[in-house]
Design a protein around this ligand. Structure first.
Ligand code: B12
Length: 396
């Protein structure tokens, strides 16, 4: 039997160890089911707002909102936050050298790999200090069946922002969330009383109007979904709204007043933008935070694998990333991209050919039109033929 004093002492040992591993926030909550979260998830699925994420089923919602469905002996959940912002994004696009935007979380090494290693270390530590019979634990980061944000909210790690992200006073919303579900009895924290109050800046800043109400995101309109998770064609009406985003989007976080205050304070204290700080999340040398787009369009499978090994960007796969690059080039509208986009009309992937056609139509001009006409004469895929015809109409 663990006494409250034992539990408090053990909780502090675990907190200190987690902080020493590089986690920035550590809170503790019970392993009771999160019934509000389960109801919210089921409601969103029922309304079609999780459309496109076929794996997000009502059954999954039931399991992921109930830690004991995953570890029957669970008594506590350790909620962890890892700050990942390393510097403010720079828009490097200049005439003749179009650049795209990577969302900040994807600048550096794949956080799943970085955090998983820390979680395994923490779980091993917990095993060594657990009383007999309480050694069991399982770890989660993002891809596991656990509602990361609901755990973080109940543990008082942060509060729900209206853009659905968890916000914190010290680190804003620039945190990866992860958990350890354990059979240990620990001292539990309370949820925070903080809210976003009257502020709705994020809701109105979204270029695709993805928020149907505060706290409610329509996944199918979110640029993050369209550029990362969507495997097929990007809906025509949304393409112009995506701008130069080629992997994820940070707009609803960048405009958040809490985040702006946090960034300013961290910068003043020298905790942001410091060379050598959080190296694993700093922009990778070859790709940076806003990569040149034309060279990306020339990547073959091998080149893509090589360039994005250990980067979150690999999730989009070559065809998804090149699709996004075409859309960004179309939106930037610089004719310097016409030769590379014309070459992409001969890509092995119909998805890339179709989006290259759209971009050429949007940029327009005689060279783009001629390339589209030539491509139409030899194209065999019906969807791409349709894209080319639409593009020729845009060309005028
Ligand atoms: C599916 C998913 C997505 C989808 C859908 C997003 C979404 N809103 O659900 C897509 C691909 C679009 C996406 C995008 C992003 N994601 Co994502 N995503 C997930 C994933 C795998 C599941 C999220 C989920 O359960 N969604 C279901 C919906 C219904 O949940 P929800 O919107 O959070 O709803 C909760 C609250 O809103 C609340 N609620 C409901 N109604 C109400 C009403 C009131 C009044 C209140 C107070 C609360 C409330 O209850 C709900 C249940 O907890 C998690 C990882 C995980 N395993 O949890 C990461 C996760 C949520 N994503 C994350 C990140 C970083 C992002 C991006 C910022 C990435 C980017 N830069 O492009 C964007 C942000 C977009 C946005 N504004 O949400 C982080 C969030 C970190 C944080 N600080 O909150 C997570 C936790 C990954 C991680 N482990 O760090 N993501």
């Amino acid at each position: 039997m663990t006494t409250p004093t034992d539990a408090a002492a053990l909780t502090e040992r675990i907190r200190d160890y987690a902080l020493s591993l590089g986690f920035d926030l550590v809170r503790f909550t019970t392993a009771d089911p999160m019934l509000d979260a389960e109801a919210a998830l089921k409601e969103r699925i029922g309304q079609g707002l999780m459309g496109g994420l076929d794996w997000f089923t009502a059954e999954r919602a039931e399991v992921s909102a109930n830690p004991r469905a995953l570890l029957p002996s669970a008594r506590s959940v350790i909620a962890l936050g890892t700050f990942y912002l390393t510097d403010a994004p720079r828009d490097e696009t200049a005439p003749g050298d179009p650049h795209g935007r990577l969302s900040c979380y994807a600048w550096g090494d794949d956080y799943h790999e970085v955090i998983r290693a820390r979680l395994d270390d923490l779980a091993a530590f917990i095993r060594t200090c657990a009383p007999p019979g309480h050694e069991k634990s399982i770890v989660f980061v993002d891809t596991g069946r656990m509602v990361d944000r609901a755990v973080a909210q109940r543990a008082g790690l942060g509060w729900y922002g209206k853009n659905t992200n968890i916000l914190t006073r010290g680190w804003g919303s620039w945190l990866f969330l992860s958990e350890v579900v354990t059979s240990l009895d620990l001292a539990h924290d309370e949820p925070l009383a903080a809210t976003c109050g009257q502020c709705e800046v994020c809701l109105h800043a979204c270029p695709t109007n993805a928020f149907v109400a505060p706290y409610v995101l329509d996944n199918r309109r979110c640029i993050s979904y369209l550029t990362i998770e969507l495997r097929g064609s990007i809906p025509l009406e949304l393409r112009p709204l995506i701008g130069a985003h080629i992997f994820g989007c940070d707009i609803c976080q960048q405009v958040c007043p809490v985040n702006l205050v946090v960034e300013k304070r961290l910068r003043q204290r020298g905790q942001l933008g410091k060379p050598g700080e959080r190296l694993m999340f700093q922009p990778r040398p070859v790709t940076g935070s806003s990569p040149a787009l034309i060279p990306l369009l020339k990547l073959d499978d091998e080149g893509f694998r090589e360039r994005f090994r250990h980067s979150p960007v690999k999730r989009a796969k070559r065809r998804g990333l090149l699709r996004n690059v075409c859309v960004a080039l179309g939106n930037i509208g610089d004719p310097v991209a016409v030769p590379a986009l014309s070459d992409a009309l001969r890509d092995t992937e119909p998805l890339v050919r179709g989006h290259a056609a759209w971009a050429l139509g949007r940029i327009g001009g005689t060279t783009a039109c001629v390339a589209l006409e030539k491509a139409l004469a030899v194209e065999t895929d019906a969807t791409v033929q349709q894209e080319i015809r639409c593009a020729l109409e845009m060309c005028g």
